[in-house]
Ligand binder design. Structure first.
Ligand SMILES: [Zn+2]
Length: 211
């Protein structure tokens, strides 16, 4: 009986197996290609050519709740004027800040900051950097662009909205103009923040209390 069952069930099984093999032969290169694409994208992101979407949450999550709320309002108000604001930076750890400080000094690239770790309002969750999106969906730092056709640069329209919300703009600074930079210091100096005096509600304070 055993042999009879075997000979009866063998042919369809063989057919199934052949079909499966053909299927995997088609899928394997596609899967390999997708994996390669993902690896290339990750490499580009690592080198800073693609905004690192995965860590965006932690950058935003580390912001002071009031700064974060005003950032959301700013994005909404700009969108109402048909301006697409992209937040490229928010909370930055001291290590990240040090790495950024070395850029253009010890490392290649342009100098983008004058602050070392612990010297920037970003390190205390009180600053954000913005950029705009152009018609093709690219992130741009174009201060002349007038996509909404208002006759004024979209960049300066965003700056105006931000200032009305209580942000200070890095473009107003005397010695190092930082055009994408917006911050709310709540009247605290960097020295005070470094000494552990934080504005009420700061997440940095909560984190340190846990430690
Ligand atoms: Zn900044």
């Amino acid at each position: 009986m055993g042999t009879a069952r075997k000979s009866y069930s063998a042919p369809p099984q063989r057919g199934k197996r052949r079909k499966k093999r053909r299927k995997s032969r088609v899928w394997l290169p596609i899967i390999m290609f997708l994996l390669l694409l993902f690896a290339a994208w990750r490499a580009l992101a690592f080198l800073g050519f693609v905004p690192d979407e995965t860590s965006e949450d932690s950058r935003i999550a580390g912001l002071h709740p009031e700064v974060r709320a005003k950032m959301d309002t700013l994005i909404e108000q700009a969108a109402a004027k048909e301006i697409e604001v992209v937040i490229t930076s928010g909370f930055r750890s001291s290590e990240e800040q040090d790495r950024l400080y070395r850029q253009g000094r010890e490392n290649s690239g342009n100098i983008v900051t004058n602050a070392r770790g612990g010297q920037s309002y970003h390190n205390f969750g009180l600053a954000i950097d913005f950029a705009l999106r152009d018609g093709s969906g690219n992130i741009v730092w174009d201060m002349e662009m007038d996509r909404n056709g208002s006759g004024r640069s979209d960049w300066m329209e965003v700056v105006e909205l931000a200032k009305a919300l209580g942000f200070d703009w890095g473009g107003d600074w005397e010695n190092f103009r930082d055009y994408p930079h917006l911050q709310i210091d709540f009247g605290y100096t960097i020295r005070q923040l470094q000494n552990g005096k934080y504005p009420k509600g700061s997440l940095v304070e909560v984190e340190e209390a846990v430690e």
